[in-house]
Design a protein around this ligand. Sequence first.
Ligand SMILES: NC(=O)c1ccc[n+]([C@@H]2O[C@H](COP(=O)([O-])OP(=O)(O)OC[C@H]3O[C@@H](n4cnc5c(N)ncnc54)[C@H](OP(=O)(O)O)[C@@H]3O)[C@@H](O)[C@H]2O)c1
Length: 234
Amino acid sequence: MAKELEGRIALITGANRGIGLAVAKAFAAEGARCILAGRNLAALESTARALGNASVLPLDLDDPEAIRKATRSVAALDILVANAAVLGARVPLKDYPLEAWLHAFQTNVHANLLLLQGLDALLRKSDAGRVIVVTSGAARTARAGGGSYAVTKAALEMMAAVYAREVAGTPVRINMLNPGPTRTAMRAQVAPNEDPMTLKTPEDIAPLFVELASPACKRQAEWINADVWLKSVR
Ligand SMILES: NC(=O)c1ccc[n+]([C@@H]2O[C@H](COP(=O)([O-])OP(=O)(O)OC[C@H]3O[C@@H](n4cnc5c(N)ncnc54)[C@H](OP(=O)(O)O)[C@@H]3O)[C@@H](O)[C@H]2O)c1
């Protein structure tokens, strides 16, 4: 049977661990050539060796010039997975440290703008450019203490919606994927008292990323809840 992502080139941010790592593995298993982007070069290189058809792209999302430089080094691209993010401080807005607020905006929003700017021409050149923006339920349900995480994810979603309008009439598709509670370091930070073994794994939801990255995917600007998807496939 033909592989879903045969011959596609995919850049995944935060591919060194958690959801990004599982997505890279699933993409590679479906025939994609993965560009593993992130800061932990040792982990990325070890994954690239294990996957075979993969390369490492040093990418610190907190460094705008480094992001521009990194995107300039990419020669061709079909799929961008904007996955990496920070949780930021979990304190009420009245006490929110501005530095932590600005940092979350840099990592979760501005960095993804720079990635889109740097990779837009390549995505449009692809016969099936695909962007998957990893969001969160926090973007749409206000909770006390949601802080910069909730606000940056809401901004990221609107950025994706605006970009969807701007690529109208091209083969580029951009969708927002909300993983829901998933067994990673970030989730452990959000809910330290939760038993991680009660949660789904990044591997459980990686096939949904494959579906959205596929040339066959025609969805556009949709908000996709991985838990709803998981129920439909199990
Ligand atoms: N897990 C959940 O329950 C859940 C629920 C809803 C949404 N999400 C979303 O899912 C995505 C993946 O999160 P995860 O759960 O897999 O968390 P994770 O295991 O904590 O991974 C976060 C990733 O982001 C990277 N990152 C953070 N700051 C970076 C920077 N400045 N430059 C480059 N990379 C940076 C980390 O790299 P380092 O190792 O270098 O720090 C790591 O690879 C995030 O967008 C998160 O908001 C997760």
